[in-house]
Design a protein around this ligand. Sequence first.
Ligand SMILES: *[C@@H]1O[C@H](CO)[C@@H](O)[C@H](O)[C@H]1NC(C)=O
Ligand SMILES: *[C@@H]1O[C@H](CO)[C@@H](O)[C@H](O)[C@H]1NC(C)=O
Ligand SMILES: *[C@@H]1O[C@H](CO)[C@@H](O)[C@H](O)[C@H]1NC(C)=O
Ligand SMILES: *[C@@H]1O[C@H](CO)[C@@H](O)[C@H](O)[C@H]1NC(C)=O
Ligand SMILES: *[C@@H]1O[C@H](CO)[C@@H](O)[C@H](O)[C@H]1NC(C)=O
Ligand SMILES: CC(=O)N[C@H]1CO[C@H](CO)[C@@H](O)[C@@H]1O
Length: 391
Amino acid sequence: MWIFSAGVAIVASYFLHGSWALLTNDQFVGDALHLYTKSDEGPQKITPKIFILSAFDSEGEVWQGIPEFDILGRNVTVPGFSPLFPDAHCTLDGSICQLVTGEGAINAAATISALVYSPSFNLTHTYFLVAGVSGISPKLATIGSVTFARYTVQVTLQYEVDAREKPAGFSTGYIPQGALAPDQYPPRVYGTEVFEVNEDLRQHALAFAQRAALNDTASAQAYRAMYASNALFAPGAAPPSVVACDTATSDAFWSGALLAEAFENTTQLFTNGSATYCTTQQEDNGTLEVLLRGALAARVDFSRIIIMRTGSNFDRPFDGQSAAEHLFSGLSGFDVSIANIRWAGVEVVRGIVDGWEDTFAKGIQPSNYIGDILGSMGGQPDFGLGSVFSG
Ligand SMILES: *[C@@H]1O[C@H](CO)[C@@H](O)[C@H](O)[C@H]1NC(C)=O
Ligand SMILES: *[C@@H]1O[C@H](CO)[C@@H](O)[C@H](O)[C@H]1NC(C)=O
Ligand SMILES: *[C@@H]1O[C@H](CO)[C@@H](O)[C@H](O)[C@H]1NC(C)=O
Ligand SMILES: *[C@@H]1O[C@H](CO)[C@@H](O)[C@H](O)[C@H]1NC(C)=O
Ligand SMILES: *[C@@H]1O[C@H](CO)[C@@H](O)[C@H](O)[C@H]1NC(C)=O
Ligand SMILES: CC(=O)N[C@H]1CO[C@H](CO)[C@@H](O)[C@@H]1O
């Protein structure tokens, strides 16, 4: 084994040093690095300061052709990425990278897993910026708002009966697994129901994003004006801003006041009242489960995760509109939500890269619990039924 490894190292290093200048195709550079680093855990791996995680083409393209940095400086094909989005994109120096997972929790989990275990990258000191669009609650924010989450909650990991067949006393057809009514705490969990990330890092990200001049559009203004008649929806009718509030994951893209309220309740229940439901998306519990396992394998640092979600559509209709009309009326805030990924996201990237030496290289110590509902990373979660790993 040792001899084999040493042989690979010699061949690879000859290839790397002997042919570097001749390699014009980045794919070959990626392969050479890959081969080299297989047997030599040296400095040749790409060691990003920040990795931007997008879920589909529009979220990814917003980082291209911007003056701040060239994310297409270097492409690395990563085995296990989505066939639709096979490459990680990085600046030439590898300090800033970005990928597209494909949509939904399964694509997110599969792609991030391929990244975490890829021999092309050293991610132990990398910050991960989830930078995607989302549904948004008009009680907390509006289309185009930029939110940063502390908790992600997998709200549809529950029993479900069609609401037309639910018992008369139930407020919703969703019931936590193992429970007998919607408001009962689930007696057993899968482990991905709730994740909590670094609150102190979130405060830095919020401050960086506040520096951005957020985009607003005439169509977003016209749409959000419809929410002004309901006083509860005042934040939905106001201009976009930067907001600290939490996010719900579900494969089902729902619409309606009752489901929104049911999942607000689930978010409260699963986090023992700690989380504030405001955005909805289809990836984050998958991404975080993989990063948690990667942290346990010492490949990533779970205290370096930022979850930024910009509002692209409301989660419920305005008064007088039906849930189905709302769903089929289109993503009224899509353009503004994509634009604000870029405006707020660039400030977060800049903040981390510019503050690297003084602050971010050594990391931001979390003052809160971080990890999952099982206590897999140690410590006692402030939600759930207690760590299954300690007494
Ligand atoms: C990964 O990068 C960190 C930070 O630059 C460095 O301290 C560590 O030695 C690197 N690990 C490997 C295996 O290259
Ligand atoms: C990286 O890939 C993109 C297409 O996804 C391409 O436009 C760009 O030129 C590539 N960069 C390099 C350095 O080859
Ligand atoms: C921002 O908003 C204006 C309209 O207010 C629009 O013309 C512009 O293209 C938007 N895009 C970006 C990326 O900011
Ligand atoms: C949410 O919880 C409140 C308070 O327990 C309850 O009154 C309401 O019916 C619940 N809503 C749904 C849709 O489950
Ligand atoms: C969360 O709530 C459940 C149900 O009331 C309770 O059993 C559990 O101990 C609470 N967890 C924490 C960490 O307070
Ligand atoms: C990896 C993981 O936990 N994925 C789940 C994320 O949430 C969706 C929706 O509840 C599930 O379908 C996934 O299995």
